[in-house]
Design a protein around this ligand. Structure first.
Ligand SMILES: Cc1cc2nc3c(=O)[nH]c(=O)nc-3n(C[C@H](O)[C@H](O)[C@H](O)COP(=O)(O)OP(=O)(O)OC[C@H]3O[C@@H](n4cnc5c(N)ncnc54)[C@H](O)[C@@H]3O)c2cc1C
Length: 363
């Protein structure tokens, strides 16, 4: 049962690579996709905001914590068929690549040493060596709520002055979760419109009345193609605010030279060990403003390598890493990021933009 496994006031530090962040009001670890879906319905039913975490390797969570339900996604199934691999969104990228290589295929080795999940990689369009998750993503299954755009309400049945209203999904819904169509009674044409579950029923469908039973949450599980995500450099429609959860993703893979693939992964690991600091971080903090303007070089040129605010420091090893020296809190990290942006702007005239996602309230 979902309810019994939902915990209160769990510190989120332990679920992020930065080791910062206050408590989650409600907290749940989803071990598979069914649990993930049930937790989302539970939260919606309670009117709670939901935040999903994969590896927690690209977020800074507020010291005040997060209101609503935080779900840590540990779904883990992987299926390989021909030249494609379908993986649950909670699968770690390393596990995904290993499984693909075990099957004799490859092509997505660049993801192997990125410390996140499939869902996180799609949401933020993770990548390296000029390759991105978006280049290989064929399709994904997403879960989104009625608040999403593109849906209309329709009157499904009419009997006397009673109406049953259903939501019509614009894009093919392959599964409806938590569905309960709503009734409107005491219809009265003189009134302007009916509020139903926070939505107004269009005038041409019902022009007035009273909601008899408030409708339960309704979600749509939908299979979407790559273009749905409107990918950009280190960003997708989801990262930019569209409310949807990635349940699984299917990537293109191909025949590979196994020796070369393994060699690439080992060398990438060695390069990372050499260049990256060992202290907690979220990887590269800022996006490169352009191919010619590399964020780390701009920060270094601005003379602030090693600069520290509280427990957060610009890494001496790699200037685009803000590290947690041990006692940092989320505010230290954000304050240091703001300072870096200010100094780089003053010294180079260029604006830096965060790659990392801030979650929760900051001053
Ligand atoms: C040492 C280090 C090295 C790194 N190197 C790289 C690198 O080379 N390239 C790179 O791109 N990144 C790198 N990163 C950053 C990070 O690992 C990636 O961005 C990764 O893809 C984030 O995945 P995650 O599962 O940890 O996401 P999280 O940090 O858990 O989440 C990131 C965002 O995605 C959302 N999200 C997570 N799962 C889902 C889902 N299923 N559905 C919808 N939204 C979801 C979250 O709500 C959040 O807004 C590095 C990080 C570290 C610490």
């Amino acid at each position: 049962m979902i309810m019994e496994d939902i915990q209160r006031d769990i510190t989120l530090k332990d679920y992020t690579s930065y080791k910062v962040g206050g408590p989650a009001e409600y907290f749940f670890i989803a071990k598979n996709i069914e649990e993930l879906k049930r937790a989302l319905v539970w939260a919606k039913d309670k009117g709670l905001k939901t935040t999903i975490l994969g590896g927690g390797s690209n977020v800074v969570i507020s010291d005040k914590g997060l209101m609503g339900l935080v779900i840590v996604n540990k779904s883990h199934d992987i299926d390989i068929e021909g030249n494609s691999v379908r993986a649950d969104s909670g699968v770690l990228l390393k596990a995904l690549v290993n499984k693909v290589l075990e099957s004799g295929k490859g092509g997505i080795e660049f993801l192997a040493n990125i410390p996140g999940t499939v869902g996180g990689a799609v949401a933020v369009n993770a990548g390296c060596y000029r390759k991105f998750a978006a280049d290989f993503l064929i399709s994904a299954t997403i879960f989104h709520s009625r608040a999403s755009d593109g849906n209309t309400l329709k009157v499904a049945e009419q009997s006397g002055d009673s109406f049953r209203v259903e939501e019509e999904w614009m894009n093919g819904c392959i599964e409806e979760v938590g569905k309960d169509s709503s009734s409107v009674t005491k219809w009265n044409r003189e009134e302007e419109n009916v509020k139903l579950g926070g939505l107004s029923i269009p005038l041409h469908q019902v022009t007035g009345g009273q909601v008899k039973s408030s409708n339960k949450p309704m979600f749509c599980v939908e299979k979407v193609k790559n273009d749905f995500f409107e990918f950009k450099y280190r960003s997708s429609k989801i990262k930019r605010g569209y409310e949807a959860i990635v349940l699984d993703a299917t990537f293109e893979i191909n025949d590979t030279d196994m020796g070369e693939s393994r060699k690439f992964i080992t060398e990438d690991r060695e390069r990372r060990d050499m260049k990256h600091p060992t202290e907690p971080s979220c990887g590269s903090y800022f996006k490169n403003p352009s191919k010619e303007n590399i964020a780390g070089e701009l920060i270094e040129k601005s003379g602030i390598k090693g600069y520290q605010i509280g427990g957060a420091q610009v890494s001496e090893k790699h200037a685009n890493f803000i590290i947690n020296t041990g006692e940092a809190n989320a505010s230290d990290i954000k304050n240091l990021a703001n300072y870096i942006k200010k100094i780089v702007k003053e010294k180079t005239g260029l604006e830096l933009e965060e790659e990392v996602k801030y979650l929760g309230e900051f001053e």
